[in-house]
Design a binder for this molecule. Structure first.
Ligand code: 5GP
Ligand code: ZN
Length: 113
């Protein structure tokens, strides 16, 4: 499996973990774009949001639940934060293992378009 995030899940590539359970892993982004920049991923290899099946809906909900919990733990929930999922080339996706970016800790710039 030539997927960098699967290797992070396996532990063959190191990461700074923020949260882990049997289904979900969250870790610090290696090139943070904000004071808080954490990636939340399913341990299961799902390439993009386009590949999410109905059977994965609970898992996707859990990714957002973990994001909410981490935002609280990081102390940014009230000030605010942004959750981002890039899909494919036009969406700016670089790593083809589904992930949600949790960004915060500063006033974020306008992003739409
Ligand atoms: P994408 O553009 O696919 O939505 O975002 C991929 C993210 O993964 C980028 O923010 C990038 O900095 C991060 N990233 C890429 N390779 C690694 C890595 O080996 N370790 C960690 N922690 N983050 C990575
Ligand atoms: Zn993967």
């Amino acid at each position: 499996m030539d997927c960098i995030f699967c290797k992070i899940v396996e532990g063959s590539i190191p990461s700074t973990k923020v949260f882990e359970n049997d289904r979900v892993l969250a870790f610090q982004d290696i090139q943070p774009a904000a004071p808080v920049h954490i990636l939340i991923i399913p341990k299961k290899h799902i390439p993009t949001m386009n590949d999410v099946a109905d059977e994965d809906n609970e898992l996707i909900g859990e990714l957002f639940a973990v994001a909410r919990q981490i935002a609280k733990e990081q102390g940014i929930a009230e000030a605010g934060y942004r959750l981002v999922n890039n899909v494919n080339s036009d969406g700016g996706q670089v790593v083809y293992h589904l992930h949600i970016h949790l960004l915060g800790g500063k006033k974020l710039g306008a992003l739409l378009a």
